[in-house]
Design a protein around this ligand. Sequence first.
Ligand code: UD1
Length: 315
Amino acid sequence: MRALITGGAGFIGSHIAERLVAEGHEVVVYDNLSSGRRENLSGFAANANRLELVVADVRDAAKLAECAAGCDVIFHEAAIVSVPYSVEHPQETHDVNIQGTLNVLQAARAGGVRRVLFACSAAVYGEDPEMPKRESMRPSPISPYGVEKMCGEMYLQTWAKLYGVETVSLRYFNVFGPRQDPRSPYSGVISIFVDRALAGTSPTVYGDGEQSRDFVFVSNVVDANLRAATTPGASGRAYNVGCGHRTTLNDLLAMLGRIVGRDVAATYAPARAGDIKDSLADIALARAELGYEPAVGVEEGLARLIEFERKRRSA
Ligand code: UD1
């Protein structure tokens, strides 16, 4: 198949690209390189015939339409991914995360694309204390980011009904793994903690560290995407993509300490606005309908990430 991956030079997008190229598919990576990087593609870009990089923004509807034409599937991974950044810059994140998604859907419709996969988020569940989160629960986001991801998902479901474009929304929980960039204060917590642990400096915990997340290694997320791209009857649906286990930040620090072989002592700071307290996925629906199984658990994923980072630093 020919696939377009928005955000394909970013963390999750580049892993999807790598898997598709390995399976012999033709891939167009669409990325404005704001957080994505060419180096994320360099390890598997040898076969240039099958991988093309288009440096452009999802806010550029005309360019998106040009690139989507003739593609079978779009993996829409491009987004501003930080909850606190959306609290500070809600107009910018609206433009990228909502208008950008609408642009992808318009391009899919015009270009005859069979199916669109959307990187939605556990942030749509918000503060509902019920745990684990099931797809049937009423969404109640508490950040602009959560609203934007919910809105994107609703657009997808509408497209599936109105225009015959197949769409599947994957509600990612907290994805981690190689190539997640730790250099911004808005980066994912595991990328930052691993970076600090290997540098021997102290990570900052916002809050008491008892907040919890369902951390999911990136290879599991790639697997969910490939299944969602091909499973008949999945169109119009939304699925949780997590591990089904909850880890607090304090547990995470202890786990990190075990793997690196020394204590990782954190500094504690006030909690961040817009943050949810706890998050845990019920993955029964993805298991039943997509055959999804998170093959790599949190501690194993963390060990793999640390090994990757150690090699990268010594290279
Ligand atoms: C993350 C993703 C978001 C995804 C969502 C799904 C990122 C940047 N965000 O949001 O795209 O949709 O999961 O659940 O990948 N924290 C610290 N210290 C730090 C950084 C963070 O204590 O240096 C804390 C935060 O305050 C928060 C928790 O760690 O309580 C997780 O934060 P973060 O990694 O930013 O993820 P989410 O906000 O859950």
